[in-house]
Structures are given as C-alpha cells and as structure tokens.
Design a protein around this ligand. Structure first.
Ligand code: HEC
Ligand code: HEC
Length: 278
C-alpha cells in the first residue's frame, strides 16, 4: 500500500521534473551563482514541501537547517540520505535526480544552514538598479521610489516582504509564479474589438482594464462577448534566457535592498496597497 508520504514524494518528484525541464531551457549551470539558483529551485520543488522552504521543518518533516546533528553531517552523508532516503520513515529517496542535482541541493542546504545572508547579498544591488532602470527594462512597467512605469505594481517595498526565491521565481517564470489576479485580462466586445490589460474594476455590471499604453477602458459587461481573467502574464517570460544568473542575482539583491531600506523608513508600510481598487 502506498503511504501518504510516498504519494507526497511522487508529487514532489513530478514537480521536480517540471522545474528541471524549466532549468534546462535557461543558462548552462557553469557559474557558482547558476548552481545556487539551481540548488534553490531543486530544494524548493523536492524538499521544501516537507522540510519547509527554509529547511526549518514543517508538519511532515524535521528541521534540517538549524538542527545541530544535521549541520554536523558531512556533505557525503547528506547526499547519501537525500539519495537513499531513510527506509521505514517518511523520508523518501531521490536517487533518480542523479549525483549532480543532489550535490546542488546539499550545497543549497548548507546555505540555509548558516550562510543565508550570503545568498541574499550574493548579488550586487547597484548593478541590479542599473539593470532595473536600464538593460532589463523593468522600469518600463514597474515603479521604484517614484520612478518608472505603472502597468506592473510598484516594487519599492516588495522586497521587504518577499524572499529572494520568490522574487527570482517571478522574474524567471512569471507565468507560473504570478497569481491569476496579477495577470492580464482580455475582453472582447460585441463589435469584435479585443483589449488586453490589467483589470482595475470588476463588479456585477462593469469591468475596466488599463492597457499597456496607460489608457483605461471601461465596459458594461452586457457589451462584452468574452472576458478572460488572468489569462497570461504581461511580464516578459524570457528573462531566464535574456539575463545571466549574475544579472538576475543583482536584480533580486536590488529589490531586497531597496525594500528593506524603504521599510526602515516607513515601518507601517503596506506593500500590497497596489492591490486595492481605487
Ligand atoms: C515526503 C516528505 C519529505 C520529503 C519530500 C523530503 N524529506 Fe527529508 N525527511 C522527511 C522525514 C519524515 C524525515 C525524518 C525521518 C526520520 O524519522 O528519521 C526526513 C529526514 C531528513 C534528513 C535527516 C534529518 C536527521 O535528523 O538526520 C535529511 C538530511 C533530509 N531529510 C533531507 C532531505 C532532502 C535534502 C530532501 C529533498 C531532496 C528531503 N529531505 C525531502 C521527509 C521528507
Ligand atoms: C512589460 C511589462 C513588465 C516588465 C518589462 C516587467 N514586469 Fe514585472 N510585472 C508586470 C506585471 C503586469 C506584473 C503583475 C502585476 C503586479 O505587479 O501587481 C508584474 C509582476 C512582477 C513582480 C511581482 C509583483 C507582485 O506584487 O506580485 C515582480 C517582483 C516583478 N514583476 C519584477 C520585475 C522585474 C525585476 C523586471 C525586470 C527584470 C520586471 N518585473 C519587468 C509587468 C512587467
């Protein structure tokens, strides 16, 4: 009979496969930063569901980040446990991932165990700022500290509440990591005109969307033949191939840095205020 843990671990493996396929489409894992990114994604999809995203334990599994006995295990022991599991317990084996991925997971686990801040600050916030307003064109759609575009949310405080992994996830795969309400809405009118943009108003009778050019379009629902909510992300989906791992780390560091600076300045911040209907 399949135990609950086995079922969960099969689901985890499937998730793992999905993220591995995603990774293949990106950069070759040659630089140390690439390994960090790969390790964090593999950890999130294979281990995080039981041990917690930060490794500090969850409902299903013990703390493997701050627990002393685990910290004291050699890398080779950790790899062996991850590979073979612990028979007779809820800890499944991940041998099918192969040595290289298991090594990346364990390296990331070492980061969780003690060098968390290294990961956070492994990028260069200054470089990230330059990319944000320059080459990566984030500011075309997002505002930080009063500068930039409006079609995406204001990110001045975003990094105060979100983890590096969350930010990296959105940049690398917005289609997967943005919730539906943060994706575009497409409406089709009875005359066949099509509008795509961010949903601003949605009540019983009307919807209003803001298109990329900044214009607001207001419709009675009775005028529309089709409303497709949260169909796709307006954020470019190819940052994983456009930017290298260092650049992505720099961007993540920039958003974390600016978020923590801004939240120090206004301790009663709410980074979610752009969700409000105005
Ligand atoms: C389905 C849930 C589940 C998943 C997924 C899972 N674990 Fe575990 N893990 C457990 C449980 C439960 C234990 C405790 C086993 C026991 O009773 O000794 C454990 C124990 C461990 C231990 C030993 C802790 C100790 O105290 O000696 C390590 C190391 C570990 N897991 C690493 C990992 C890594 C790395 C991954 C991802 C590749 C992973 N685990 C995925 C459930 C899980
Ligand atoms: C073409 C427009 C566009 C560009 C360019 C763009 N984004 Fe976005 N982004 C969006 C939209 C739209 C959303 C979802 C709406 C929102 O932010 O609330 C979003 C969401 C996000 C989020 C999640 C915000 C949240 O509240 O959940 C982050 C983080 C983010 N983008 C970072 C970036 C970074 C970093 C870049 C540059 C590398 C970038 N974006 C480039 C349009 C864009």
């Amino acid at each position: 009979m399949m135990s609950r843990w086995q079922m969960i671990s099969i689901q985890c493996l499937l998730l793992g496969l999905v993220s591995i396929t995603n990774l293949r489409a990106q950069q070759p894992a040659s630089t140390p930063n690439a390994a960090d990114v790969q390790g964090s994604m593999l950890f999130a999809s294979n281990c995080g569901s039981c041990h917690g995203a930060d490794g500090r334990g969850g409902e299903h599994a013990p703390d493997i980040a701050t627990a002393h006995d685990v910290q004291q295990l050699a890398d080779s022991d950790l790899i062996a446990i991850a590979k073979d599991g612990i028979p007779g317990t809820g800890m499944p084996g991940f041998g099918s991932l192969g040595q290289e991925k298991l090594t990346a997971i364990v390296r990331y686990l070492r980061n969780l165990q003690g060098r968390r801040t290294d990961i956070k600050l492994s990028g260069n916030p200054k470089g990230g700022e330059a990319l944000f307003f320059g080459g990566a064109r984030c500011a075309k759609c997002h505002m930080v500290n009063g500068k930039g575009g409006f079609i995406g949310g204001d990110l001045s405080l975003y990094g105060a509440d979100e983890s590096a992994d969350q930010i990296r996830g959105v940049i690398l795969d917005p289609e997967k990591n943005l919730p539906p309400q943060k994706k575009a809405t497409t409406v089709v009118t009875q005359t066949g005109q099509k509008f795509t943009g961010m949903l601003k108003v949605d009540d019983n009778f009307s919807v209003s969307i803001q298109t990329m050019d900044g214009d607001f379009h207001f419709f009675q629902k009775s005028q529309l033949t089709h409303i497709d909510l949260g169909s796709h992300s307006l954020m470019p989906v190819n940052y994983g191939s456009m930017l290298n791992d260092k650049q992505i780390n720099d961007l993540v560091s920039y958003l974390l840095h600016v978020g923590s600076e801004n939240s120090k300045r206004s301790p009663t911040h709410s980074s979610k205020s752009d969700d409000d209907d105005e």
